[in-house]
Design a protein around this ligand. Structure first.
Ligand code: NAP
Length: 357
C-alpha cells in the first residue's frame, strides 16, 4: 500500500512525531488532495497541548491545506472538481485522514475552492480557516455557532450594503483580522478602525482599514477616547479577532445598542449567541462549515458562501495573508507552532511547504 509522511500526535500532550502512514482512499463525495503547503494556526498548537477538538489518538493536526486533487471519490466526477485541479480547503473532520500536516489528505469536494492562477500554494494555504471564521462570524445565521447574520456581499444587495456604518476590528494584522477587514470593506462599512502594532499599519490599511490605532501607544483603556475622535456613531459591528479578556471587555463596551460583537475565543463578557442588554449580541463563532452541512438550510447557505467567496478570490477582491516560510517541511512545524500558538507571528501566516517533506 502506498504510504506518505505524516506528523501525528500519538497521545494527549505527547510531542509531534513524524511517521509513515497509508495514503487514504476518498469516500463518496470526497477528493484526495496531494498537499503542497499547509498553514499553521493557533488551534494546531492547542490540539497537541491539551487535545482540543481531538476525537481519537493518534491524531493529526493541520487545518489549512493547498494542493492538487489526486483522486476523486464516488459521485464527484462531473461536479466541477477534476484530477489535477489546484485547490485550497479547510479540514472539515477531525479524524486522522483529514488533517493537513501530512502529504495527502481527504476532504469534501464541495468544500474546496479552486486556487486562482495568480496565487502560489503557499498564499492559498493562508486562506481557508481564518477566511471561514471571519465570514461565518459576520454573515453566518444567528444560532449556537455564532454569526452576526449580516447580508453577505456575495448575495444580492449585499455588496456595500452597510455603507457609512462604522466598524471596529481588534487585531487587524492577525489572520482572522485580515479577512474580517476585507469582508467589512466589501460590505461597505466606513470608517473601519483597526488595532495592531505600528509596523503592521500598511498591512492593515491594505486589507480595508480606514483608520489605524497602535495598541501599544494607545492601550485598550484609552481606546474608547481614541475612537470617539474618529466617529460618534455607535458601532453596530465590533470584531474582536484576538478575544483575550482585555480586548473582549473593551470591545463589548464599544458595541452599540442592537449591535454585535464577534469573538473567536471563549466569551468572558456575557452569554454568546443570545439577545443581551440593549438588543446586543455576542457572536462566538466556530470557523468551520461542517456544522452548517448538517441540515439542508445550512448546506444551501454554505454552497452560496463557497460560490461567492471563490468568485471574490478569482477576481482578487479577497486576498491571502502575507506569509513566512517554515523551514524543514513537516519536521519544522512543531518548532514554528510555539510562536503561532502564542500569537507571536506578527502580520504573517507561517506556512510549511510539505510536498518534499
Ligand atoms: N473560533 C474559531 O473558529 C477560530 C478560528 C481561527 C482562529 N481563532 C482564534 O483567533 C485568534 C487569532 O487567530 P489568528 O490565526 O488570526 O492569529 P495570528 O494571525 O497568528 O495572530 C497574530 C497576530 O495577533 C496580533 N495580536 C496579538 N495580540 C494582540 C492584541 N492584544 N491586540 C491586537 N492584535 C494583537 C498580532 O498583531 P501585531 O503583531 O500587529 O501586534 C499578530 O499579528 C486566536 O486566538 C485563534 O485561536 C479562532
Amino acid at each position: 500500500m502506498a504510504s506518505q509522511k505524516a506528523l501525528i500526535i500519538p497521545a494527549k500532550g505527547s510531542p509531534f512525531t513524524l511517521v509513515e502512514r497509508p495514503i487514504p482512499t476518498p469516500g463518496p463525495g470526497e477528493v484526495l488532495v496531494k498537499l503542497a503547503a499547509t498553514a499553521l494556526n493557533p488551534i494546531d498548537y492547542v490540539m497537541r497541548l491539551n487535545g482540543f477538538a481531538v476525537t481519537e489518538y493518534p491524531a493529526e493536526a493541520g487545518i489549512d491545506g493547498a494542493g492538487t486533487i489526486e483522486a476523486l471519490g464516488e459521485g464527484v466526477e462531473g461536479t466541477g472538481r477534476s484530477k489535477g485541479d489546484r485547490v485550497l480547503f479547510e479540514r472539515l473532520k477531525f479524524s486522522l485522514d483529514y488533517g493537513t500536516f501530512q502529504q495527502y489528505a481527504l476532504t469534501d469536494a464541495k468544500r474546496t475552492y479552486k486556487i486562482p492562477a495568480a496565487l502560489s500554494f503557499e498564499e492559498a494555504s493562508t486562506i481557508p480557516l481564518c477566511l471561514t471564521t471571519a465570514g461565518l462570524a459576520l454573515y453566518g445565521p444567528h444560532g449556537p455557532r455564532g454569526g452576526a447574520a449580516l447580508t453577505a456581499p456575495w448575495t444580492e444587495g449585499g455588496l456595500e450594503k452597510y455603507k457609512d456604518q462604522p466598524a471596529l476590528v481588534f487585531g487587524g494584522s492577525s489572520s482572522v483580522g485580515q479577512f474580517a477587514l476585507q469582508f467589512l470593506k466589501l460590505s461597505g462599512f466606513n470608517p473601519i478602525i483597526a488595532t495592531a502594532s505600528a509596523h503592521n499599519e500598511a498591512y492593515v490599511r491594505a486589507a480595508g482599514a480606514t483608520h489605524f490605532i497602535d495598541y501599544h501607544t494607545t492601550p485598550y483603556t484609552a481606546l474608547p477616547e481614541a475612537v470617539s475622535k474618529i466617529t460618534s456613531t455607535p458601532f453596530s459591528l465590533v470584531f474582536d479577532a484576538i478575544s483575550n479578556e482585555e480586548t473582549q471587555r473593551t470591545a463589548w463596551g464599544l458595541t452599540g445598542a442592537g449591535g454585535t460583537l464577534a469573538i473567536v475565543r471563549t466569551p468572558v463578557v456575557g452569554e454568546p449567541n443570545v439577545v443581551l442588554d440593549g438588543g446586543r449580541r455576542i457572536a462566538f463563532v466556530w470557523g468551520g462549515v461542517n456544522y452548517m452541512d448538517a441540515e439542508p438550510a445550512g448546506r444551501e447557505w454554505a454552497d452560496k458562501m463557497y460560490a461567492g467567496v471563490e468568485a471574490f478570490l478569482m477576481d482578487g477582491r479577497l486576498r491571502p495573508n502575507k506569509w513566512e516560510a517554515v523551514t524543514g517541511g513537516l519536521a519544522g512545524i512543531p518548532g514554528a507552532l510555539e510562536k503561532v500558538g502564542n500569537l507571536q507571528s506578527s502580520g504573517a501566516k507561517m506556512v510549511a511547504r510539505i510536498d518534499s517533506a
